[in-house]
Unconditional design. Sequence first.
Length: 548
Amino acid sequence: MNNQALVIRSVRCAPFQDQRMGTAGLRRKVRVFGQPHYLECFVQAVLDTVGLPAGATLVIGGDGRFYNDIAIQLIIRVTAAAGVRRLIIGRGGLLSTPAASHLIRARKADGGFLLTASHNPGGPDGDFGIKFNMASGGQAPPAVTDAVYDTSRRLEGYRLADLPAIDLACTGTRQIGPLQIEVVDPVADYERLMEQLFDFGRIRAWLGRGHRLVFDALHGITGPYARQILCQSLGADAAGLLHAEPLPDFGGLHPDPNPIDGRHLVERSMQPDSPDLLAASDGDGDRNMILGPGLLVSPGDSVAMMLANASHVPGYRQGVPGVARSMPTSRALDAVAADMRLPCFETPTGWRFFCNLLDSGRIGLCGEESFGTGSWHTREKDGLWAVLFWLNLLAALDQPLPAIAAAHWRRYGRHYFQRRDYEISEAARGDELIESLRKRLPGFAGERTRLAPIGTADEFDYRDPVDSSEVRQQGIRVFLTDGSRIVYRLSGTGTAGATLRVYLERHERAAERLDLPAGAVLDPLGQLAAALARIPDITGLSTPSMVV
């Protein structure tokens, strides 16, 4: 069929009304995506909205979760029917989110479909997700995702190309009529990029001197990347690579690198014979958790320490033009940026808000509290990149990770930080709580509390400094006069109910208060946060569902 035109057929169906994307694409239960026409209609809505050029090139890949293989075959048929003429797909349908973003940029593709629900559980009863990344490699901005939603609600069908199932098991190029499909090694391009950023020789030598690394892929996408880069290229002991085989249900694990789901790593870090570095990434490879002997490095501290020591890493020796963090993330990064006289931007939650700043050259390093860190090298946060950054720092500084952290806190003070999640079974209760807070905001300023008076309180609105686009109601902030901060927002990554996230932050500079348990410092602030928002009264929850 190489010389034949594709056979295209139209499929009629009623539009779906629930395809509004959250902070990182459309996430629903597998059974929702498994409905007839559901995925095809969403892909058609994206294609109708973004307006790809004739003969466009797209990248496709995912984290290997359940339904990934079925979804890719459907996307191939819908995109081919829309006039896409080149598809670049990861072998086995696999691509980590940061690797896919890099591949879009490196191959000058017109965009890409990334199939992932990130850190959400997988399997037949779990979650599935899909998002569209633009030609920049970054997630579609709010103006595009809102337009896709509007299109999806009016769509009365989609078009399909009649194609056989495409074998994605082996790399190589196949031509089917006007459509070229290239199956690529998912690791190769990404590893070449990492070699340009980091001193592989120095890391290899550090590991060769007996330093130990443990990396847990949680049966997500980063297993093959870690095996190739950490073990084969850098010489790390393969015994330290855990759960390295990507599985459709993540082996029953929750692929979220946090101290709750990664409790086994926290416990191991507290042992007398702890490895020098322990780390984990999530289902699609864009998050990271960093630990050293006796220490979990909070995400806000991690990006701040990266900035403070970036001159030791080859790809960042020339410095960065600026930095950014999401609004709920601790202000540890702000302190370092101020010391280095760099601009520090505060954005809404969602990696897409960093993309304009990266594309315009205003920032070179960014991070968010939900264990995400990244830089100018791609347009997604990058879990394995963060691990390599820390390996490079450990090798260059030749100090244990706790010593690096202690020196940082002595200089900048310590920003104690926690996120307390309340899983609310009824989404309406979450909306009620936020609306109640919103109405009471004007009266908060000056209110006395048992900790300190409230200085200011507001709702975070954001005006993009690059394109002047605006988003509103991105989280409610309460600042105490002692510098402590409380933030409330509803998560946009769940698929059922509502998750209220309460962020607590307190900055300590006194030397005797730099090594305290976070709970001891933040529990009083957490109690105040619950009382101010009337969380027990409105939700019925007397304690958080999770503290990270």
